[in-house]
Design a protein around this ligand. Structure first.
Ligand SMILES: NC(=O)c1ccc[n+]([C@@H]2O[C@H](COP(=O)([O-])OP(=O)(O)OC[C@H]3O[C@@H](n4cnc5c(N)ncnc54)[C@H](O)[C@@H]3O)[C@@H](O)[C@H]2O)c1
Ligand SMILES: N[C@@H](CCC=O)C(=O)O
Length: 543
């Protein structure tokens, strides 16, 4: 029981360490990488108070060093999904009854543990398991996850403060209950922070959670889970399991206590989930909350007034950081004819200067893509572009999976604005560029708006204020995150709430106050102090 109203002020974003040569953090991270590589982990699922091992072991290899083994994890099946749901429901009552300050304290402590004791372990497991360079790991598995935890505590405390007014003789209040049942969190491979945020944002609101990360993110996910336990998260509040998607769906989406899904991943998987939930709608106790942030085909459009150096830099960073495996990555560029030659030259120079290789070598800007399936898919798009008449390779184009899944950052130039790689999400280091007549800016904005089903991120690069305004207006629904004179990636918690519409998701803005409302179910309570004792209104009295 609380005996005070406690305050959780707006935090400041966790400072990003730069890992420059000679810095203390660079040295500490290198030591941690070596330590992690020296041990071979046997990773369990975390169900209730149990660490569950199975005979079905999956080995973990760094995507950039296929032959190396970091450890193995125990793959579960439908039985483990059911056990995780049972453990969650068993923990529910106590967790929901725990005071807000105690719940908040657990997540704030986890944030502090990551900022200090475990920063290099979070970054190291992300670098080795997902092939991120030190800087990309730092902004994800340290800073963004810390920010998610601290900002969500602040946002939730702001929600709890929102109360209705009370007329004379009564008091009205609003309780923000957790959902009735359990929440399922299904998370993608590409951001350790998303893996951390999806289960904790729901749990913070008093919910209990079954969390299934992508198999290719288990190495960093288990690190985060261990930190949550050390921070004092009670058993059963978040249950971490590794099972295949359809088996997970079969058990969770037919369960009467299924209360909601917090998903980030591809549009196809989300559509399948939505369809299954729709078919089963009569089975549930309540209407489930369905929250999903999904794919993107993110654009950069330059205006004829743009500085070619600004355009090329936005593309080099926006399209190729973390091998283009960000839902926000620039993957289609519309360049006006007057600056096209200069932009292309700078793009080619930039790509030729990129170093690609292992994450342990800090001079590598580019590392490997996540796995063989992804490598093959991306390579197919590049191979096709090499053959197609309306496409050509402007830069990059080579792929090699002998030692690791390396795809050279590639720019495809097309004369067809509806070319395949202008429309479909590739999720790799491939940018497609289309040169438009500099005089046809407004018409090209329509093209940008209508070319892909997605609406996640996009950018306008221009020094002409009227052009910026026109693009902002005409592309109003083409992106949930719209950038002016910047790359379309790198949203920061608390600064650029993130998410998109159309086929890119429900746009519930992860890491922002809007998202937290989805994990709460309000109850209005009215108390009358002097209840009436006669049903008759005064006007019924005779004159
Ligand atoms: N919009 C965003 O905020 C955002 C952020 C990150 C990634 N993404 C998107 O995620 C995708 C890349 O990540 P990914 O390859 O891990 O995505 P994915 O859709 O393949 O997998 C996401 C999660 O869903 C699980 N899954 C797969 N099939 C399932 C099924 N039938 N039922 C239940 N779960 C299932 C996976 O195991 C994984 O845990 C891209 O499309 C990217 O745009 C979007
Ligand atoms: N929020 C991240 C993208 C997350 C998806 O992969 C960004 O803004 O770049």
């Amino acid at each position: 029981m609380s005996i005070g109203t406690f305050s959780y002020p707006l935090p400041v974003n966790e400072p990003v360490l730069n890992y420059a040569p000679g810095s203390k953090e660079r040295e500490q991270l290198k030591v941690t990488l070596a330590t992690l590589k020296a041990e071979t982990l046997d990773i369990p699922m975390y169900i209730g108070s149990e660490q569950v091992f199975t005979k079905n072991k999956i080995s973990i290899h760094p995507p950039h060093e296929r032959k190396y083994t970091l450890g193995q994890f125990s793959m579960g099946d439908k039985k483990h999904v059911q056990q995780a749901i049972d453990a969650a429901l068993a923990a529910k009552e106590k967790w929901a009854a725990l005071s807000w300050e105690s719940r908040a304290g657990i997540f704030l402590k986890a944030a502090d543990l990551i900022a200090t004791k475990y920063r290099f372990h979070m970054n190291g497991t992300t670098m080795l398991g997902q092939s991120k360079n030190a800087y990309q790991a730092e902004i994800d598995s340290a800073c963004e996850i810390i920010d998610f935890l601290r900002f969500n505590v602040h946002f939730l405390s702001e929600i709890y403060k929102q109360q209705p007014i009370s007329g004379p003789g009564m008091h009205n209040r609003l309780e923000y209950r957790p959902l009735e049942g359990f929440v399922l969190a299904v998370t993608p491979f590409n951001f350790t922070a998303i893996g951390g945020n999806l289960p904790t944002s729901a749990a913070m609101c008093g919910n209990v959670v079954v969390w299934k990360p992508a198999n290719t993110q288990v190495y960093s996910a288990q690190m985060f889970m261990r930190i949550l336990k050390e921070a004092g998260l009670p058993d059963g509040v978040i249950n971490l399991i590794y099972v295949n998607g359809p088996e997970l769906g079969e058990v969770c989406f037919s369960h009467r206590d299924f209360a909601g899904v917090h998903f980030t991943g591809s549009t196809g998987v989300f559509n399948t989930m939505w369809e299954t939930i729709g078919k089963n709608i009569g089975r549930y106790k309540s209407y489930p909350r369905i929250v999903g942030e999904t794919g993107g085909k993110d654009f950069v459009i330059a205006h004829k007034s743009a500085d070619p150096a600004v355009v090329a830099t936005a593309l080099l960073r926006g399209a190729f950081e973390f091998q283009g495996q960000k839902c926000s990555a620039a993957s289609r560029a519309y360049i006006p004819s007057n600056i096209a030659k200069e932009v292309k030259k700078k793009l080619v120079e930039g790509i030729n200067s990129f170093k690609m290789g292992m994450v342990e070598d800090f001079s590598n800007f580019i590392n490997a893509v996540i796995d063989e399936r992804s490598f093959d898919k991306i390579k197919n798009y590049i191979d096709k572009a090499k053959k197609d008449k309306d496409a050509s390779i402007l830069a990059g184009g080579s792929c090699d999976k002998k030692n690791g899944y390396f795809i050279q950052p590639t720019v495809i130039e097309t004369t067809n604005p509806q070319y395949l790689t202008m429309c479909e999400e590739i999720f790799g280091p491939v940018l497609t560029l289309y040169v438009y007549p500099a005089s046809a800016f407004e018409k090209t904005l329509d093209l940008v708006n209508n070319t892909s089903p997605y609406a996640l991120t996009g950018a306008i690069i221009s020094t002409d204020r009227a052009a910026v305004e026109l693009a902002t207006r005409k592309l109003e629904n083409a992106a949930g995150n719209f950038y002016i004179n910047d790359k379309p990636t790198g949203a920061v918690v608390g600064q650029q709430p993130f998410g998109g519409g159309r086929a890119s998701g429900t746009n519930d803005k992860a890491g922002f106050i809007l998202n937290l409302y989805r994990w709460l179910s309000a109850r209005t309570i009215k108390e009358t102090f002097n209840p009436p004792t006669d049903y008759k209104y005064p006007f019924l009295a005779e004159d």
